[in-house]
Design a protein around this ligand. Structure first.
Ligand code: ATP
Ligand code: MG
Length: 273
């Protein structure tokens, strides 16, 4: 069942997850943020604009439920509600899969915006999963958004690409831009071997909205399309969702489990493996 149709007065927050650099966790964060926002009771649509590489439906474990996709809506083969897949755990969470076959050359920024506009009255949040790079696919994803979350990992190449992306984003009339620092290792932060999230924020001149630990469980479950509600990353994603919604400015402290006697033990074990 589709979410109750509103009379059109609702305006969704449309947030694009972008990075420039590939493989830093955009899709993982899009999926997990969507789950946590839906858990808070919001109506959430996850829109995969990484055309041709349908990762979002795979991570959400709904790949085998895909009947229609974004390109079918654009070419009027179906209505948008027919292409939306409802999450089995959260009835207010929907996934709009990307075009599975087309390379997307014929899909324009306006085409995607028209689809997002159709979703707009029915959702509180529309999270747009952007492809890697800064070419056509990037602009196609950013064009419909009014906010951006730039995903960055604590590595020099990722930070440099995020900087380039932020420069391009400044030419868009975005209401807000924030950083999500992904794959943070608490043990390396404490030993001084990893750049701190504060330093990343300072270098890029953008506020931190979320910090997500490097966590094998996040990776494994995403790969299996079996995202767990009880994964160890849940706390970090919950804080991200609360910050996105309320601007709480609370972010996950990845060093916590490496502090004290037990923490020192964990660090020494982690060093050995
Ligand atoms: N916090 C994390 N801890 C461990 N593994 C992670 C984490 N975040 C993402 N990963 C893993 O990193 C890989 C890339 O993640 P993901 O596909 O979300 O990146 P992406 O930025 O969307 O990639 P692309 O640019 O190709 O779209 C996946 O295998 C994912 O499981
Ligand atoms: Mg992706």
């Amino acid at each position: 069942m589709f979410v109750t149709l509103s009379c059109g007065d609702n305006v969704a927050r449309k947030i694009v997850l972008t990075s420039g650099k590939g493989g830093v966790g955009k899709t993982t964060i899009c999926a997990n943020l969507g789950v946590r926002l839906a858990n808070l009771g919001f109506r959430v649509a996850l829109v995969d604009v990484d055309i041709g590489l349908n990762n979002l439906d795979v991570i959400m474990g709904v790949e085998n439920k895909v009947l229609f996709d974004l390109s079918d809506v654009i070419s009027a083969k179906c209505r948008v509600r027919q292409a939306l897949i409802q999450d089995s755990r959260y009835p207010s969470l929907y996934i709009l899969p990307s075009a599975h076959t087309s390379g997307g050359a014929d899909i324009s920024e306006e085409n995607v915006k028209n689809v997002i506009d159709m979703l707009d009255p029915n959702f509180d949040y529309i999270l747009i999963d952007c492809p890697a790079g800064v070419d056509k696919g990037f602009h196609r994803a950013v064009f419909s958004a009014n906010e951006a979350l730039v995903v960055v990992t604590p590595h020099i190449s990722s930070i440099r690409d995020a900087d380039k992306v932020l420069t391009i984003l400044s030419s868009y009339n975005l209401f807000s831009t924030g950083l999500v620092v992904n794959r943070v290792r608490g043990d390396l932060l404490l030993s001084g071997e990893m750049i701190s999230v504060e330093k990343i924020s300072e270098l890029l001149g953008v506020k931190i909205v979320g910090v997500i630990p490097d966590d094998d469980e996040v990776s494994t479950l995403s790969t299996l399309g079996a995202f767990s509600l009880n994964s160890t990353g849940t706390r970090a994603f919950s804080l991200l969702a609360e910050n996105v919604h309320n601007g709480t400015r609370k972010v996950y402290d990845c060093t916590l489990k490496y502090r004290g006697f037990m923490g020192a033990l964990r660090r020494s074990i982690k060093k050995r493996v």
